[in-house]
Structures are given as C-alpha cells and as structure tokens.
Design a protein around this ligand. Structure first.
Ligand code: ATP
Ligand code: MG
Length: 396
C-alpha cells in the first residue's frame, strides 16, 4: 500500500473562531504547493492535513521536501495507512519500518487511538504490537523509557497509520491568514530573513527593490530576484516590484549635502514602497533594519525615515545580533546567495560621515531642492513587476 504524509497543525491557534479559516487556508496552501509534484489529494481531518499521492507518477520525495517548508505545520511524518486491525497494523509495520527497527538497539511502540470504536485502548494496542515486534526482532530490545527508535501507530477515522518519528515542521501560521505586507528587499543578508520572519506569521509577502542601473548591475538585480525566489520556498509566490532609482539617486547627489544622502534616499524608498504597497493591497512594510548596525539605523534615523509612512513598518531583526540573523539565513538557504559580491544601491554615493542624529526639520529643509513628488511619480511609472515562485529555475 502507498505512503502518505500527515501534517500536524499548531494546537494553540486551533481554538475558537480562527480554526475554520486557519484550516481552509492551510489546505489551500498545501494543495498549491503540491501541484508541481503531481496529483495529490489533500484533506484535513482531526487537526491533521493528509497528503496522499493519487498515482505512481507523483514525485513523493519532492512533495515531502516541499511540505517541510509550509507554515502552519508543527510536525510532519511519512506513514503507511492500513486496515484498523491488529494483523494489518503489524504487517504494515513489518513492511514499512522493519529495516529501521533492525538498525536500532532498542524500541518502543506508541499508540494513539482517536477512533474510540477501536476495541483496544492505546496502551493495550502498544503492548500487543510491541510484543509481536519483539518476537519478530529478537536482537532489538524493548525500552519504553529511552528507546532508540519509536514506532507510532495512530488509529484514526479512515484508517490506521504507522510511522517512525515525526520531524519538526516550519511552524508559524498558514500563509495568508495574516494579510499581506511589502518587503524592501535588497541583495543583503538581512532583508530576506526579515521577509521570512514576517511570512512565518501568516503574512503574504510582496517585495520592492530599488535598482540603480548602471551604478548597480543586472547581476545585482538577478541576485535580488533569486533571493525572492528562495524566500518563496516558505512564503509561496511573490511579485518583486523593481523600481528604477538612478534618477533619484543622481538628483540627491547633485542637490543635497553629502551627510544627508542616505537619509534622503531612504525616505524616498519608504514613501515609494508605501505607495506600491497600498496599490497592491499590502497593509505594512518590512525592512531588515537592525538597531545600531549602520549609521542609518539609529533611533533618530529610523524616526526620520519612518515619518514619510503611515502604515506599520515591521523590522523583525531590529533586536537581533548578526550571528542570529546569519544562522536563520543559513537555515532558510538564502545566505550563500546574499554573500555574492554584487553591489547594492545603498552603497552608491555613500557619505563619508553620515548624519546619525538627524531631525525631521533638517530633512525637510534639504529636500526642498528636490521635486520629490515628480521624482516619485516617474519612478513608480517605471516599475517592473516580476513574479517569482520557488519552482522557477534559479536565476543565478
Ligand atoms: P540588508 O542585509 O537587507 O541589505 P543592511 O544591513 O545592508 O540590510 P541597509 O543597507 O541599511 O542595511 O538597508 C536597510 C534595509 O533597507 C534593508 O534591510 C532593506 O529592507 C532596505 N533596503 C536597502 N537597500 C534596498 C534596495 N536597494 N531595495 C530595497 N530595499 C532596500
Ligand atoms: Mg544592504
């Protein structure tokens, strides 16, 4: 008989009115994520998502890998369904887990009977199956306290399921239950991690990237698109809004005092991002800012850059150390791409002595030389919208 996956849902959020919405969104997300791997049936029963390949063509290993990065799943396992009958359960374990069992020094059986019509209690079932397995595998000891390997038996409504240890899922909330936000995505280490962190809370992610050709190259843009693609492994699809930023950066260089370059630039970024965000139905912005990391990331600098925006700005990395950020970047697979050496527009025209304690008054004053509105309108008119999805070919 075939193998299926059981994805267990987070328990805390399963209470109250959220449950319905949570479950139906998760089912929808899993269905969409399974599509590239063939024909799968996806259904939810008893706080568990069942993912069942419908034919032999289905790419079960690819699908399993994809299930590991679906938010809203706390743990998951591959299992073998069988009849709700002692002989069938024993036989399924022998066929499906017998080799794993032989490799272990000791084992136990853990059973869960959610179908209360099944005649044995969970404990009786574990004892009965454990006894039969001990007889069939005399070299493997029974150890109910610290077993090397645990065989699980779940007697559920439709069938019984046998499996080995479950693995932790991606956690978080199903993508989409928390609305949508726009991430300011650079080619660095931080912003892809920031996008991931907010996506984990059930938020759909769109991205905006400021691109200063020819100061930054086509490769720098591809790098950002590749980072976006890597994030969609967790967040689902994403549209990257590539904003032509050269004219604005040159206008700042030609008209503003050098110490304010970065701050004026970041205020443009924020305001343009907000306009695109509102058009695309996003209720918040996300940045990879981190307190104290660079001159533009002091409280005063954040106050003047945040002042041009009236929706929330999420900065999930604000209190983290670089090592913590890097370890998440490695875990989610964005690190290697982030450290490729293509420059970001932030490094173009960087002031030697940036202002670290600016005031809004100073910014309004230096910005008087610029026609901000016209510059922003032209930049937004030139936006290129590029859709990325994890299943696309890598861009680098
Ligand atoms: P990152 O590692 O994300 O590049 P950083 O530590 O280099 O961050 P900054 O360069 O000051 O910090 O940028 C702070 C944040 O501003 C970034 O995390 C990102 O959200 C946004 N940002 C910077 N440059 C760009 C860009 N070219 N396009 C879009 N967003 C950007
Ligand atoms: Mg950067």
């Amino acid at each position: 008989m075939k193998e299926i996956f059981l994805l267990k849902l987070g328990e805390i959020v399963l209470k109250g009115a959220n449950k319905r919405q949570f479950e139906s969104r998760l089912r929808q997300n899993v269905r969409r994520r399974m599509k590239p791997y063939g024909n799968f049936d996806v259904y939810i029963m008893q706080s568990t998502v069942y993912v069942e390949p419908m034919d032999d063509e289905a790419d079960v290993d690819g699908a399993w890998e994809a299930c590991n990065s679906i938010f809203g799943v706390v743990s998951l396992c591959r299992c073998r369904p069988c009849e709700k009958d002692l002989d069938a359960i024993f036989e399924a374990i022998e066929n499906y887990l017998g080799d794993d069992l032989d490799c272990a020094k000791s084992f136990k059986v853990e059973s869960k009977r959610s179908d209360k019509r099944f005649p044995l209690t969970s404990i009786q079932l574990s004892q009965e199956i454990g006894g039969r397995l001990a007889e069939a595998h005399p070299t493997v000891e029974v150890d109910v306290r610290h077993p090397d390997y645990t065989v699980y038996v779940e007697v559920r409504d439709l069938a019984a399921y046998v499996h080995g240890p479950a693995v932790p899922g991606a956690g978080g909330l199903p993508t989409g239950v928390g609305g949508r936000a726009m991430c300011l995505l650079s080619g660095g280490i931080d912003s892809p991690v920031a996008a991931y962190m907010i996506a984990k809370r059930g938020v759909e992610i769109e991205a905006v990237h400021f691109f200063s050709y020819p100061y930054t190259s086509q490769l720098a843009k591809d790098k950002v698109l590749e980072l976006a693609r890597l994030v969609t492994r967790y967040s689902g699809k994403m549209t990257v809004n590539v904003v032509p930023f050269t004219e604005i950066q040159e206008a700042i260089r030609d008209n503003c005092p050098e110490e304010f370059f970065t701050l004026v630039m970041r205020r443009f970024m924020m305001e343009i991002s907000q306009r695109i965000a509102k058009e695309d139905g996003c209720g918040a912005l996300i940045t990879g800012e981190n307190l104290g990391q660079v001159a533009s990331q002091t409280m005063e600098a954040m106050a003047v850059t945040g002042a041009v925006v009236d929706i929330p700005i999420f900065m999930p990395l604000v209190g983290m150390d670089k090592e913590e950020i890097v370890s998440i970047a490695r875990k989610i697979g964005t690190m290697e791409t982030s450290i490729l050496p293509y420059e970001d527009c932030c490094t173009v025209f960087t002031p030697k002595h940036p202002k670290t304690k600016p005031t809004i008054g100073q910014l309004l004053n230096v910005e008087q030389k610029l026609d901000r509105e016209a510059l922003m309108e032209r930049a937004i008119a030139g936006v290129e919208k590029i859709r990325v999805e994890y299943h696309d070919d890598p861009l680098l």
